[in-house]
Design a protein around this ligand. Structure first.
Ligand code: PEP
Ligand code: MG
Length: 587
């Protein structure tokens, strides 16, 4: 019997699975280049149409399958299926394939393979270094559609995972997102794949399905044998084939611990966010895209503390009009009602690319020397008030359907708050004249505290703004003069620097003195290790990515305000980030 063998890969979905190997191999689909005669073009085009129809039918079937997936699986797969459906409609891809058949006189499979290769290559060659993952995913989507079309053209069967025995560990050379969607997490123990990375759709799907998984395991297919026991540790990113007694015992213990932890997190959802001493804390979610809404609901968030509205302005050629924006805000506000939704108006800066913004002539020309210090956030909006007016009109109208708040990004001065409020009042007046239904009381108008100047003049700003949302991401960047997106400088970016913490404390205290609501919505709000410190600084409202919420709640429920205040005192006396870290994290 061959000995125990431990392979390493990429940890993509946490948990430990133990079970027999189920080897799923797939016959490669080989396409040999074939040309056709001119009089065969019509028949070949018809053959291609049939394959398209068949593929569309398969994607529709996948969509019906969506309904029975857990919610976060739906969130992940739904946009992917939309992309598939779009690409199989009257798209660049299908047009390109037809053109190849008709003009280059190749058969349909050849046309698919060559067009897919060309278009995927073109996507990968796009000069957008900062979204390399996004481009790679897009190229993979094109490849996936191509493979589906070729298989349907050649009538080769898709890999069937239907025969997967209960409790098995799926071991395969690669796993497409659509395949992952067909996995049944109640029957399957875990997944190990030779190919694949941490950021792809497949990885996200597996996380959504809560299936322990390790991807990118080099040498896996050569070493694994069907039926033998395997341990997949999706937390450590390892796969242990033929585990010995010691390895098995350890794996069983961690599998049990993981299951207990997961159950505890699920129970937390229904428990209140209250400290041991009885102080209630507001835990809200940050929202990047509407598709996250089910996740937010699952997290038990008490509203949206930060809706980043930038998503409305990307991936499109024209600016979203009032109706498009209204419909989007309304959907979110209705879904969250009666909890509040804090819509942050567009936080655009020169460093982001938006076709729509450029086409509308709203981006500075020539590009700014230092976009982070240029026309960003509220500055840009006040320079182009029409942009702000449309967005505010949409929010005001949508606010009838629940509870909305308006948040201004990148505020530095009082005049910006006053000017924005004037715009909001003007827009409300105009809407009322138009006969639009608005709430009697307009939504509160708050500001991000994310520049050192705003933090240090928070006492003055607190008289002008209805609430504060402290953005520690930008606050740290501007306070420490370190680019938040620069990986080389990443170690210098430290929200625990005493300079940053003093800015945060000053802003919190300024708000509390005049009894204005204040929250933190930067990444630190989602770090449960920092919850006691923030509570100790007087914070009672946190907004974070939905996934972080249960753990922060757990931290709140383990804290007493008195201890937190004492901790904060000690922390604020420390001379360096290193010492702060030692006090807060005990490291
Ligand atoms: C922040 O700067 O901390 C913040 C929450 O805003 P964003 O990350 O969207 O810039
Ligand atoms: Mg910010």
């Amino acid at each position: 019997v061959p000995a125990e063998q431990c392979l390493t890969g990429i940890a993509v979905s946490p948990g430990v699975a133990i079970g027999p190997v189920f080897l799923a191999t797939e016959a490669p689909t080989a396409v040999h280049r074939a040309t056709i005669a001119a009089d065969q073009v019509d028949a070949e085009l018809a053959r291609f149409e049939l394959a398209v129809q068949q593929s569309q039918k398969q994607v529709r079937k996948l969509r019906t399958r969506l309904a029975i997936l857990p919610q976060d699986g739906q969130i992940e797969l739904s946009p992917l299926l939309d992309a598939y459906a779009m690409m199989m409609g009257p798209s660049r891809l299908t047009r390109g394939i037809r053109a190849r058949i008709a003009e280059r006189l190749v058969d349909a499979p050849t046309a698919v393979v060559e067009e897919v290769e060309w278009q995927a290559g073109a996507v990968l060659a796009l000069p957008q270094a900062d979204d390399a993952d996004g481009l790679a995913r897009r190229a993979a989507e094109i490849g996936e559609i191509g493979l589906r079309l070729v298989r349907n053209l050649l009538q080769t069967p898709f890999r069937s995972l239907a025969a997967l025995p209960a409790g098995a560990v799926l071991v395969c050379d690669n796993l497409r997102p659509a395949d992952a969607a067909l996995l049944d997490p109640s029957r399957l123990a875990g997944v190990a794949v030779e190919d694949g990375g941490a950021e792809g759709h497949t990885a996200i799907m597996l996380r959504a399905l809560a299936l322990p998984a390790t991807l990118g395991v080099a040498g896996l297919m050569a070493a694994a044998r069907a039926g033998e026991t395997v341990v997949v540790d999706g937390t450590a990113g390892t796969v242990t084939l033929r585990p010995g007694e010691t390895a098995l015992l350890a794996a069983r213990a961690s599998a049990a611990a993981f299951a207990r932890e997961r159950q505890r997190m699920q129970r937390l959802r229904r428990l209140p966010a209250v400290t041991v001493c009885g102080t209630f804390v507001e835990l809200q979610a940050n929202l990047e895209i509407p598709a996250e809404l089910p996740l937010v609901a699952q997290s038990g968030a008490a509203g949206i503390g930060l809706l980043r509205s930038e998503f409305l302005f990307i991936n499109r050629d024209t600016l979203p009009d009032e109706t498009v924006q209204y419909e989007t805000y309304r959907q979110i506000i209705e879904a969250m009602a009666p909890d509040p939704v804090t819509v942050r108006v567009l936080d655009w800066g020169g460093e982001k690319e938006s076709e729509a913004m450029r086409a509308a002539g709203l981006m500075p020309e020539p590009p700014e020397l230092n976009p982070a210090l240029g026309l960003r956030g509220i500055r840009l909006l006040l320079k182009h008030p029409a942009l702000l007016e449309v967005q505010l009109a949409a929010v005001l109208r949508a606010s009838v359907h629940g509870q909305a708040r308006v948040l201004l990004p990148m505020v530095c001065r009082l005049s910006e708050v006053r000017a924005a409020r004037a715009v909001m009042l003007r827009v409300a007046q105009r809407l009322r004249r138009r006969g639009a239904k608005l709430p009697d009381k307009l939504p509160p108008l708050g500001i991000m505290i994310e520049t050192p100047a705003a933090a240090l003049s928070a006492d003055a700003l607190a008289l002008e703004a209805d609430f504060f949302a402290i953005g520690t991401n930008d606050l740290t960047m501007y306070a420490l003069a370190v680019d938040r997106g620069d990986s080389a400088a990443a170690t210098l970016f430290d929200p625990l620097h005493p300079g940053v913490l003093r800015l945060v404390r000053f802003a919190i205290e300024a708000a509390l003195r005049v009894r204005k609501p204040v929250s933190v919505c930067g990444e630190v709000a989602g770090d449960p290790r920092l919850t006691p410190l923030l509570l100790g600084l007087g914070l009672r409202s946190f907004s974070m990515t939905a996934a972080a919420l249960p753990r922060v709640k757990q931290s709140v429920r383990g804290a007493t305000v008195e201890d937190c205040v004492r901790l904060a005192h000690t922390v604020m006396e420390q001379p360096s980030a290193q010492r702060v870290r030692a006090v807060v994290l005990g490291s």
